[in-house]
Write a protein that binds this ligand. Structure first.
Ligand code: BEZ
Length: 402
């Protein structure tokens, strides 16, 4: 029996298994393939359910469950059970948490995570144990670069991907000297490097890179430094609770009009209600906009609102698409996840009509997708234009071939 809404709220560092996930019955002496196929598929969510990225993790979880619910509680004809672990966005616990899901909980598929540093630990365990892993957010370039693997797919972005197009956007807007600002960890460094590549290629100059440790939110000294430097504009990466505070602090310092603030779209996605008027007018680039005019987006947002009672965002979309990709793979093998080669080959060639627009995958299993320029208008990340169409991460260092 499966009940996708039997969702206990996770506690710190605990692995949680919904009541519906516990299968009962006599233990059989020998494994029987036919029975194994009809048993529920165990999905392990390894996501942040606490800390600055808590809402991101929760929305990925809800987006994934929404898709499963729309398929009658199944993926590829297999019933699904869920287990959750709160990774707290702590890379130092990443290996242990992943091992618990794989070795103790014996999940068939892991979905995670948000934080690039935690994701790197997960990818290493997934490679060592040949566990199917879907990354529904973390952008660590290496996951679909040198560490790419047959059993690892990403339904989100590489850190390079939403930032590279912003370089030309800002240069064309007349900003020649720009300061960057971010948290000091993999995602921050890689997102700013992606931006810098696009910006210097267009002819711009980065005058200073400002950073603070993740997940600190004492922004005042950095904002003062920006006021002193007087760059033409600022490009930044923050997300979740930290992004809410940063945008409010930047607006309170009175810099929005004199030194315009730009960012990768994580700055204003899933955060606008809390940022309020402070975020109005901020321009960002991302592979999603709230008002993308396609039927999939309209249906997704309506269904998400009905289920979760909140507006969907990019994190929910990435979770939803993660389930859609697994559904495609499992359907091709009649739900038999052990038929790995055929399942993976089908996932590699998947073409999904996502709420974000057309979604396909490169040889490293990273999305090929449009990156949109958006502007915050009336509390929404409103579509402005396609900043770059069909953006494909260079997958530097990936040895997989298609
Ligand atoms: C990351 O760590 O990769 C990340 C976290 C939040 C939003 C985007 C990327």
């Amino acid at each position: 029996m499966f009940d996708h809404d039997a969702r206990p709220s996770p506690t710190r560092r605990g692995v949680l298994t919904g009541a519906a996930a516990i299968t009962t019955g006599a233990v059989l002496p020998f494994p029987r393939p036919a029975l194994a196929q009809s048993a529920p598929l165990k999905v392990g969510f390894m996501l942040p359910y606490s800390g600055t990225y808590a809402k991101l993790g929760q929305f990925i979880d809800s987006g994934f469950r929404l898709y499963v619910e729309q398929q009658g509680g199944k993926l590829g004809g297999r019933a699904i059970t869920f287990t959750q672990v709160d990774d707290e966005s702590k890379p130092e616990n990443g290996t242990d948490n992943m091992n618990r899901l794989v070795s103790r909980e014996k999940v068939d598929l892991v979905v995670g995570t948000v934080h690039s540093g935690v994701a790197m630990a997960m990818v290493k365990v997934a490679r060592d144990t040949n566990t199917m892993l879907i990354i529904p957010n973390a952008g660590a370039n290496d996951a679909t670069g040198p560490l790419c693997a047959k059993n690892v797919f990403r339904t989100s972005f590489s850190n390079w991907q939403p930032n590279f197009p912003m370089g030309k956007v800002m240069f064309d807007a007349g900003h020649k000297n720009v300061a960057t600002l971010t948290w000091r960890y993999t995602a921050g460094a890689e997102q700013m490097a992606g931006f810098k590549e696009g910006f210097t290629k267009a002819g711009g100059k980065v005058v200073e890179d400002l950073t603070l440790p993740f997940p600190e939110v004492e922004f005042q000294a950095l904002i003062t430094r920006i006021a002193t430097l007087k760059p033409d504009a600022v490009h930044c990466f923050f997300a979740g609770g930290g992004a809410v505070k940063f945008v409010k602090d930047y607006a309170a310092a009175g810099l929005m009009k004199t030194i315009p603030l730009y960012g990768s779209g994580f700055l204003t996605d899933g955060t606008l209600e809390a940022q309020g008027a402070a975020a109005e007018g901020i321009k960002t680039t991302l592979h999603y906009a709230d008002d993308l005019d396609n039927p999939q987006n309209k249906a997704f947002l309506a269904a998400f609102k009905a289920k979760v009672k909140e507006d969907g965002d990019i994190y929910a979309v990435q979770g939803f698409d993660g389930a859609a990709l697994m559904d495609i793979g499992l359907k091709a093998v009649g739900g038999d996840a052990a038929a790995r080669d055929k399942m993976v080959a089908t996932m590699e060639s998947a073409k999904i009509d996502s709420p974000r627009g057309p979604l396909s995958f490169n040889k490293a299993h990273n999305p090929i997708q449009n990156v949109y320029l958006r502007e915050v208008r009336d509390g929404k990340n409103a579509y402005v234009s396609v900043a770059l169409k069909d953006v494909d991460d260079p997958a530097r260092g990936c040895k997989l071939s298609t």
